[in-house]
Design a protein around this ligand. Structure first.
Ligand SMILES: NC(=O)c1ccc[n+]([C@@H]2O[C@H](COP(=O)([O-])OP(=O)(O)OC[C@H]3O[C@@H](n4cnc5c(N)ncnc54)[C@H](O)[C@@H]3O)[C@@H](O)[C@H]2O)c1
Length: 351
C-alpha cells in the first residue's frame, strides 16, 4: 500500500496567529508540525510545553536543519518579505499571513522568486471563504447583477487598538487600521465583485486617538493601555478605488472612530441587482416587483478550517490556490495607493 503523503510544516513567528494556525493544522493527519522559529523565549516555551513543537531562535537555522515542505509566515508585516524569500530558497512552499508584505514592490519580488524557484505561495485571506461571500460572488460571476457600478465595504472598530505586538508602529507594520484590518474588508469585497483591475485610488488617513496617552488610559475599551509612545499609524482610513471595468469601491476602516457601526460588512450595487453581506440579501426586480432574495439556510462554516485545509490540499495534492499571491499583490497595490493619496492629497494611479 502506498504511504500517505505527510506535509512537513514549520512556522516563522510563533505568536497569536501562528498558534491559531497550529490549532487548525494539527487537526489533519497529513500534516506534521516540525518546528517553530521565534525570537521570543516565552513564545518558544509555549510551543515546547503546550504544543510539543521544537523551537529555534534563528529561522535560517531552522530552515537548514528541518527542511520543511511548507513554511507558515506569521511574523509582523515587515518580516514577511525576507523570511518568504529565504524559505523558498531553502526549498519550501510558503503560506504568508496577510497583508502579503509591506508594499507592492516586495509582493512582486516574492512572486518572481516563487516562479523562478517553482514554489507555491498562498496568502492568509480567509473572508473570501465565507459561504455568504461565495453566494454573492457566484451570483456576480453568473451575471445576476449585470455590470457592477459601485460597492461600499467597511471594517470598523469603535475603539480597538491591538495592545500586543507592534501594530502601532509604521516601520514594522507599514501602517495602521488600513493594512491591518482594512485589508480583510478590501480583499473580501474585491474578490466578490470579480477581482477587477484597479486603475486609480484616492483616500485619506488620520491619527487622532491612538497617540493620545490620556485616551489609552482613561476611556474604557476592550484592549486598553496600548503603547501610545510608539504609536505612529492611522486610526481611521478611507479610500475610493476606480477599476478598469468602470466600477468604484468605497472602503472605510478604523481602529477608532466615534460611531456605532462595528465589524465588517459590504453592499454592492449593479445594473440588474444589488446585495448586502450581513444580513445576506440580494435586491432585484422580478415579475413586476422589487424583490429581496435571502437564502433560508446558510451552513455554519469555519472559514479558518476551509483556509487551512485549502493550503494543505494546494501544496500536497495540487488543489486550487484559494488565495494566490497575485491577489495579495493587487490588494497591496490598492493599500499603497490609498497611503500615497493620503500623503499627496490627490488621486493616484495604481502601480
Ligand atoms: N488572517 C488573520 O485573520 C490574521 C489575524 C491576526 C494576525 N494576522 C497577521 O499575522 C501576523 C502576525 O500577527 P500576530 O497577531 O500573530 O502578532 P504577534 O505579535 O502575536 O506575533 C508575532 C510573532 O513574531 C515573532 N517574531 C518577531 N520577529 C521575529 C523574527 N525575526 N523571527 C521569528 N519570529 C519573530 C514575535 O516574537 C511574535 O511571537 C501579522 O502579519 C498579522 O497581520 C492575521
Amino acid at each position: 500500500m502506498a504511504r500517505k503523503k505527510v506535509l512537513k510544516l514549520a512556522f516563522i513567528g510563533g505568536g497569536g496567529i501562528a498558534r491559531y494556525h497550529a490549532n487548525y493544522f494539527s487537526r489533519h493527519d497529513d500534516v506534521s508540525i516540525a518546528a517553530v522559529a521565534d525570537i521570543c523565549d516565552a513564545s518558544l516555551k509555549h510551543w515546547k510545553d503546550v504544543l510539543e513543537v521544537p523551537g529555534y531562535t534563528a529561522y535560517q537555522e531552522m530552515l537548514q536543519e528541518v527542511k520543511p515542505d511548507l513554511v507558515s509566515i506569521c511574523t509582523p508585516n515587515y518580516l514577511h518579505y525576507k523570511p518568504a524569500l529565504d524559505a523558498m530558497k531553502a526549498g519550501a512552499h510558503v503560506f504568508i499571513e496577510k497583508p502579503m508584505a509591506m508594499n507592492s514592490r516586495e509582493c512582486r519580488n516574492i512572486i518572481a522568486a516563487g516562479r523562478k524557484l517553482n514554489r507555491k505561495i498562498s496568502i492568509g485571506f480567509q473572508h473570501r471563504l465565507d459561504p455568504r461571500v461565495q453566494f454573492i460572488s457566484q451570483a456576480v460571476a453568473e451575471g445576476r447583477f449585470g455590470n457592477i457600478l459601485q460597492s461600499r465595504v467597511y471594517c470598523h472598530r469603535r475603539r480597538g487598538f491591538p495592545n500586543w505586538g507592534v501594530f502601532g508602529q509604521k516601520a514594522l507594520q507599514g501602517g495602521g487600521c488600513l493594512i491591518d484590518i482594512g485589508v480583510h474588508a478590501l480583499e473580501m469585497c474585491w474578490y466578490t465583485v470579480g477581482r477587477p483591475q484597479p486603475v486609480a485610488v484616492s483616500g485619506n488617513a488620520w491619527t487622532y486617538i491612538g497617540n493620545d496617552p490620556k485616551k489609552a488610559k482613561d476611556v474604557a475599551c476592550r484592549w486598553p493601555g496600548w503603547d501610545t509612545e510608539t504609536f505612529d499609524v492611522e486610526d481611521l482610513a478611507v479610500g475610493q478605488i476606480r477599476f478598469d471595468d468602470g466600477s468604484i469601491m468605497a472602503l472605510e476602516c478604523s481602529f477608532a472612530m466615534h460611531h456605532e457601526e462595528e465589524g465588517m460588512n459590504f453592499t454592492i450595487r449593479g445594473e440588474k441587482a444589488g446585495a448586502q453581506l450581513d444580513p445576506l440579501k440580494i435586491y432585484t426586480d422580478d415579475y413586476g416587483h422589487m424583490v429581496n432574495i435571502e437564502p433560508s439556510f446558510i451552513p455554519e462554516t469555519e472559514i479558518w478550517e476551509t483556509k487551512i485545509r485549502g493550503v494543505i490540499d494546494h501544496v500536497l495534492h495540487n488543489g486550487p490556490n484559494l488565495a494566490p499571491a497575485e491577489d495579495g499583490l493587487v490588494v497591496q497595490q490598492i493599500l499603497d495607493g490609498i497611503y500615497r493619496s493620503a500623503r499627496t492629497g490627490r488621486e493616484v494611479a495604481v502601480r
